[in-house]
Write a protein that binds this ligand. Structure first.
Ligand code: WAQ
Ligand code: MG
Length: 269
């Protein structure tokens, strides 16, 4: 569909050249000012003061927008990190990710995926069979942009998430990102946890299983985290994948079901 008067707004903040925070939105023209100040406020509310904040605004003009539903969300109540990770491994395996690739992904995310051990601005792209890293820029990673909720879906997901006690903006943004990523050609699953030391949650997402949220993927106070997109390497067209993730606008116009789940009886099995 063509959405008139739609703008992509991207924010990234850094301190001493390392990535601090970022965000991306798709908004109508009359919401640009408000969105920019919201994102700048967010960048400035980190514990470390950014020394650079970059905000980029692009008019999308006549670029067609994909309308998609959000993934179904399963919110696990398990609060033991080892049990959460164990369930995450099983969910990835069920989506077709090999044990080698899963172990490689966890090891790199635990170490800090950027070359110096810090966090990457974007995501790794990993061969779901071999664990080989395929993203064109290994220190930056691939940054997914141009995705958001439309107003109706935004109001609906706010209601559903708050019913589950998931009121942090991170959950809503991560669900939107994962919904775009899991619709990408060649992607079988995503693994993510936050690189913020005081946010321990993470998820495994896939088209087949939805967004499975784990409250504790690491110990409190640990700053390593990031994202891995697992792909089927055979037949993969990297240019098509990258341009879908970076350039093609995706608006979520309807929501999947959202439910709390016990670790032993969830979609993670
Ligand atoms: N595209 C690709 N990778 C990204 C993007 C993006 N747009 N945004 C963030 N990343 C990568 C990057 O390596 C970051 O360092 C890492 O992910 C973590 O980003 O409550 O908060 O913004 O259900 O810290 C997951 C659980 C939270 C949410 C994820 O990510 C929940 C989170 P953060
Ligand atoms: Mg972060």
């Amino acid at each position: 569909m063509i959405v008139p008067d739609l703008y992509s707004i991207r924010m990234r903040a850094s301190a001493s050249r390392s990535h601090l925070s970022g965000a991306e939105r798709l908004v109508p023209g009359d919401r640009i000012d408000l969105t920019v100040s919201e994102l700048v406020r967010r960048a400035r509310s980190k514990q470390v003061a950014p020394d650079q904040i970059v905000v980029t605004i692009d008019a999308l003009g006549a670029i067609p927008v994909h309308a998609i539903p959000s993934l179904d969300l399963f919110s696990l109540t398990e609060r033991d990190a080892a049990a959460c990770r164990h369930a995450a491994v099983r969910a990835l395996a069920a989506s077709g990710v090999s044990l080698t690739a899963v172990e490689t992904a966890f090891r790199i995310l635990d170490q800090g995926a950027a070359p110096g051990g810090g966090s990457m601005r974007g995501a790794m792209i990993m061969d779901a069979a071999s664990g080989e890293r395929l993203e064109p820029d290994r220190s930056r990673g691939l940054r997914v942009t141009r995705f958001d909720w439309n107003d109706e879906a935004s109001a609906q997901i706010d209601r559903e998430l708050s019913r589950l006690g998931l009121t942090h903006f991170r959950t809503k943004e991560a669900l939107a990102l994962a919904s775009k990523v899991c619709g990408a050609p060649g992607v079988v699953a995503e693994l993510c946890w936050s690189d913020d030391a005081d946010y321990t949650a993470g998820y495994v997402a896939s088209r087949t299983q939805g967004y499975i949220r784990f409250p504790v993927m690491k110990q409190m106070g640990v700053a390593s985290g990031g994202r891995v997109f697992f792909v089927i390497h055979a037949g993969l067209d990297m240019n098509t994948l990258v341009s879908y993730l970076q350039d093609e606008p995706v608006l979520i116009t309807s929501i999947g079901k959202c439910q709390a789940a016990d670790v032993l009886s969830s979609g993670a099995e």
